[in-house]
Write a protein that binds this ligand. Structure first.
Ligand code: AMP
Length: 399
C-alpha cells in the first residue's frame, strides 16, 4: 500500500480537510482521556507549518444520524486549542452554513473543527452528495483516522472522490508501517499470539497469519474452541461450537505449513466468575480428555502454560499480539496476560500490539511504552491483518 503521505504535500494557502479520530471518552461533558487529541497533533502541526487552511472533521460516539449534543465535538475544539496554543474555530454544523462560512474565512495557518460527521445519517451510508459537501472547496484530503479506515463512510472514503489529492496522515502512516510493512517480511522467529474470546472475529486472522508465522500461540477463551476440536471436555468454558470444525482445519493447516501451533498446556479454572473466586490449575492436556471438570470454566492459561509461552517468546525476533490470555480485568484471572505482557516488554524483538484489549492490558500492566508499536485500531487492525483492503486507505492517492 504505497500511498501519498502528508509529508509529500505542498499545501501552502490551500484548504485541507483532515479526518481525525476525536472519538474521545467523555464523562458529564468533560474529556476523561485526551490521548486521541494529542495523537493527532503531529499531523495537525505539520499541515499548519506547511501553511494549510486546515479543516478537521471526526465522528464521536454513535448518535445514529441525529443531532445529539451529548456527542458534540465542541469540548474537543477547546482542548485542541489548549494543546496547539492557538484558536480552533468550532463550526456548529457539519456541512451547513456555519461550517461553510467558517471554512470560507480560514486563512493559512488557521484551523477549524466542524461538528460530528455522524450527526447526519449520510455519513455512514456514504452518500455522495454529503461527501461532496463535506469536501467543499478543499483540494486536498488527509485521512489520519486509522480506527475507522475499515469503514467506507463519507468522511473516510466518499470524500476522496471530490478532491484532487488524498493522503495518509502520520498516524495512519505509522499503523501501516507496523501492521503492514514490518509484517510483510518479519524477522524470524516470528510469533503471533492470538487470545481474547471472539473466535469469530479472529479466526480469519489466524488463517491468514499461518502463511507467515513461525509460531502461532493461542490463549484466552479462544483456546477452548481449539481444544474442543481435539475432543476435550471443557466444563462451562466458552466454546464457539460453529467454529470447532474450522479450528480443526487450522491446526491441520499449521502442521502442513510447518508452523509450531501452541495451545496452553494447562488452564486456570474457577467455579465462579468473580474477583474473590478460588481458582486452580488443571492437569496437562494429554491422554485424559476430562481436563476441565463439569461446573468449572477456564479463565486464564495455566501456570505451566505461562512458563512455556514466556520461554518461547524469549527466543522470538518479531511478535504480534492480539487478545489477552485470560480475563485480565479480574486480578485473580490475570496472571497469564500479565506474564506475557512483561515478557514482551523485556525481549529484544519487534513487538507489535494489534489493537483492542491487548493494548488495554499492556497499559494496565505498565508496559505499553516498552513495546515497538501499539495499534489504535480494533476492527481496522484485524481487517488489515486478515489481508482485507481498508476502504479508507485504498481510496487514497497512490504515491
Ligand atoms: P476479544 O474482544 O475477543 O479480544 O476478547 C477480549 C475479552 O476476552 C476480554 O474482555 C477478556 O476478559 C475475555 N476473555 C479472555 N479469556 C477469557 C476466558 N477464558 N473466558 C472468558 N472471557 C475471556
Amino acid at each position: 500500500m504505497n500511498k501519498l503521505s502528508i509529508r509529500d504535500l505542498d499545501v501552502a494557502g490551500q484548504e485541507v480537510l483532515m479526518r481525525c479520530d476525536f472519538n474521545v471518552p467523555l464523562k458529564n461533558g468533560a474529556i476523561t482521556d485526551d490521548s486521541r487529541i494529542t495523537g493527532a497533533l503531529p499531523s495537525i502541526k505539520l499541515l499548519l507549518e506547511k501553511g494549510a487552511k486546515l479543516v478537521l472533521c471526526s465522528h464521536m460516539g454513535r448518535p445514529k444520524g441525529q443531532v445529539n449534543l451529548e456527542y458534540t465535538l465542541k469540548p474537543v475544539a477547546v482542548r485542541l486549542a489548549e494543546h496547539l496554543g492557538q484558536d480552533v474555530l468550532f463550526a456548529e454544523d457539519t456541512i451547513g452554513e456555519a461550517s461553510m462560512s467558517a471554512r470560507a474565512n480560514l486563512e493559512s495557518g488557521q484551523v477549524a473543527l466542524i461538528e460530528n460527521t455522524r450527526f447526519a445519517e449520510e455519513e455512514t451510508t456514504n452518500d455522495a452528495t454529503f461527501a461532496k459537501a463535506l469536501a467543499g472547496n478543499a483540494e486536498v484530503f488527509v485521512n489520519d483516522a486509522f480506527g475507522t479506515a475499515h469503514r467506507a463512510h463519507a468522511s473516510t472514503e466518499g470524500v476522496t472522490h471530490h478532491v484532487s489529492q488524498s493522503a495518509m496522515g502520520l498516524l495512519v502512516e505509522k499503523e501501516l508501517e507496523f501492521l503492514d510493512r514490518k509484517l510483510e517480511s518479519p524477522e524470524s522467529p516470528f510469533a503471533v499470539i492470538i487470545g481474547g474470546k471472539k473466535v469469530s472475529d479472529k479466526i480469519k486472522v489466524i488463517d491468514k497469519l499461518l502463511d507467515k508465522a513461525d509460531i502461532m500461540i493461542i490463549g484466552g477463551a479462544m483456546t477452548y474452541t481449539f481444544r474442543k476440536a481435539q475432543g476435550y471436555a471443557l466444563g462451562n468454558s466458552l466454546v464457539e461450537d460453529e467454529f470447532v470444525p474450522l479450528a480443526g482445519e487450522l491446526m491441520a493447516k499449521a502442521e502442513k505449513n510447518g508452523v509450531k501451533f501452541c495451545l496452553p498446556i494447562n488452564t486456570r479454572i474457577t467455579q465462579e466468575f468473580s474477583e474473590e473466586a478460588e481458582t486452580k490449575c488443571t492437569i496437562k492436556y494429554g491422554d485424559d480428555m476430562n481436563v476441565i471438570p463439569d461446573g468449572w470454566e477456564g479463565v486464564d492459561i495455566g501456570d505451566e502454560a505461562i512458563v512455556e509461552y514466556c520461554e518461547i517468546l524469549r527466543g522470538c525476533k518479531t511478535v504480534l499480539w492480539n487478545g489477552p490470555m485470560g480475563v485480565f480485568e479480574l486480578d485473580n484471572f490475570a496472571a497469564g496476560t500479565k506474564a506475557v505482557a512483561n515478557t514482551l516488554a523485556e525481549i529484544d524483538a519487534t513487538v507489535i500490539l494489534g489493537g483492542g484489549d491487548s493494548v488495554t492490558a499492556a497499559n494496565k500492566f505498565g508496559v505499553g511504552d516498552k513495546v515497538s508499536f501499539l495499534s489504535t485500531g480494533g476492527g481496522s487492525s484485524l481487517a488489515l491483518l486478515e489481508g482485507k483492503e481498508l476502504p479508507g486507505i485504498v481510496s487514497l492517492t497512490n504515491a
